[in-house]
Write a new protein. Structure first.
Lengths: 358, 358
DNA sequence: GTGAAAGCGCTAACAC
DNA sequence: GTGTTAGCGCTTTCAC
């Protein structure tokens, strides 16, 4: 019998019923004679018994798989290096559970597909990867009772969607505060992709800190961006053609900063001598440009782990109220911002870990 | 009845048996009265019926899910931007099938886990992401009868593993040939990670083309690398300290080239004026450095699609003999290699598509 | 043309 | 302490 043994066969060899066998194999040793337990366990091992997942799911009404849902051609996902770390964190956490991870590509132009898929009892929970402001995924609660948590998008409370995200506002505030500490007061900003919640959070934080220091931002130095290299290039072109230039420019993410730096290099604007530049996210690219980019890093691995944690909790107890968590960032000071002590600005110490790399 | 309807319920509402209902829903309309077919179909739709996957799997002995297996902390995977394109291609192709994709992280220090998982009948096939030279995954056939195909690693035939890969040798040959056409004859090479089949294929191709042109490579210009930025940096340090320098350096991949370029920049070696540089893979980084990197691009999306194609074929017909496919690359000529017509070298036209970007 | 019924492999009341 | 048994929701053989 080289075929896969079934529960029944294990029971037969162990000389007891399938119930007993099933119970013991599930770790319910309570009430069974130690020798029975021992016997069942060893027989199962001998035979190389493995429960059939489909049968188990059917009987338990649990699939033991969770879905990782992301939108087709999601710009953030296909271009940023952090997605892999998130997935890594998710898988890592899942390793010690019974759950498997299923990738579900969501096509926004045919949303029904997703809801159908999810309702097949095929998944016990879902992780939504960076749902954008216009994403049909936000309506999750309206379509499904399956537990879900949003990753890297803290969506408005009205959607009642649990979320785990990096703390965009606090991190950006710390970065801006630090740049001010370096003596910069004339600061430009390149925004993120307008369809992402994080873009607005980052911009808001930027404006808030300036306001706190009585600095009125010059709107012509606040340029549209798209969280992409190309967007950074465009922004640089637009900014550099202005009469008066800021002494520092903050970009909503590293890709943007990389594009911005490219144009500067091409036009002979030296960073950081002529212009200081900072990014956000600590993308792999941040280290690949010269000068190396000052930015803020996030623990994306932890984001993935925590997302699973929250989801499991919801699966265990569906009554769990939805909750939104934020993870702190870490300032990474490299060489793209130069100190410029021409005016003294009062700045409170920010509360972010910081790391200096020269 | 707001609960999910079952087959039985559809049958009841349609006024026929579950057999009939099942048959019709599976598209077996043959032999049924058109009105019956019509009735069943519409009732199912009305009720929003969705078959239960677990039940279906159990009865059909098919899970309709395939596994994407990759090693934990796989260096290539976590650092290269191409993995996402492969996954994209896979999902895209899967969209038109009944199959789902499950991510399976393989921990080489506990291989049993994987074989057990796979034997649970949980997957109908597996896609192995870039198994390395020492990977336990290569022994797949010894452990499992589940169909599998290796992605981006053409493994030795003895493993009897189907594979889909980019044509490393042909592509590297074309690149080398093109560099020779530019007049370079003193060429250095930074190798890839020694645990990857592709690294050896690329190096082999490099040496072959030189040999074909009667050029004896200088071994001190052929440096170890690891397919990483750090590896590229180390290689640059080692190469630049030599008395005589080549006029061009080819790197086994773009990451390596990026690291190499960084060190050059730091030491005042100008690219391409003092030294020409080329990469391989057309990573997102290739465009982020100055000068933009001449390299060869691969259609990773197609790799993913084809992998699925091959796997499905094997699942349909387990008798299918294993096969190894190669996809052609595309030369991407940017600005990091400068023409150097000091000697004329006979070079046959290479057979790769080529694209010039300035 | 259509349906009854026997599983698929496992779980969990409930009985002894 | 252990076993009997009725499902879980669907597929498929075979009979009518």
């Amino acid at each position: 019998m080289t075929q896969k043994p079934t529960l029944r066969e294990v029971a037969r060899h162990a000389g007891c019923s399938v119930t007993t066998t099933s119970n013991i194999l599930q770790g319910r040793h309570r009430g069974y004679r130690p020798e029975t337990v021992e016997r069942v366990l060893s027989v199962a091992h001998m035979l190389g018994y493995r429960p059939n997942r489909a049968a188990q799911s059917l009987a338990k009404k649990r699939s033991y798989t969770i879905a990782l849902v992301f939108e087709r051609y999601h710009p953030i996902l296909t271009r940023n290096s952090y997605a892999q770390h998130v997935v890594d964190g998710i898988l890592e956490r899942l390793l010690t559970t019974e759950y498997d991870l299923k990738m579900v590509m969501f096509n926004p132009s045919a949303p029904e597909h997703l809801w159908e898929r999810v309702q097949e009892g095929a998944v016990d929970g879902a992780l939504l990867l960076v749902p954008a402001i216009d994403s049909p995924l936000l309506e999750w609660r309206r379509h499904s009772t399956v537990p879900a948590v949003s990753i890297n998008s803290t969506v408005p409370a009205l959607y009642r969607l649990s979320s785990i995200d990096i703390d965009n506002e606090t991190a950006m505030q710390a970065l801006v505060a630090w740049v001010l500490e370096q003596g910069h007061t004339e600061i430009g900003f390149v925004k993120g992709h307008p369809l992402h919640w994080s873009a607005h959070q980052r911009e808001r934080a930027f404006r808030r800190v300036l306001a706190q220091h009585g600095i009125v931002p010059r709107e012509e130095w606040i340029i549209e961006g798209t969280y992409s290299i190309e967007g950074g290039r465009l922004a640089a072109v637009r900014l550099l053609e202005q009469a008066a230039l800021p002494t520092a420019v903050l970009c909503a993410n590293d890709l943007t900063a990389v594009g911005f730096a490219q144009v500067c290099l091409e036009r002979g604007v030296r960073i950081p001598d002529d212009l200081s530049l900072a990014g956000f996210d600590d993308d792999a690219l941040a280290l690949s440009i010269m000068p190396t980019l000052t930015t803020v890093a996030h623990n994306m691995h932890a984001v993935g782990r925590q997302a699973v944690e929250m989801l499991l909790e919801q699966i265990e107890d569906p009554q769990t109220p939805f909750q939104q968590h934020l993870l702190p960032g870490r300032l990474v000071i490299r060489t793209s911002v130069r100190p410029l002590h021409k005016g003294v600005v009062q700045v409170p110490a920010h509360n972010l870990t910081q790391e200096v790399q020269r």
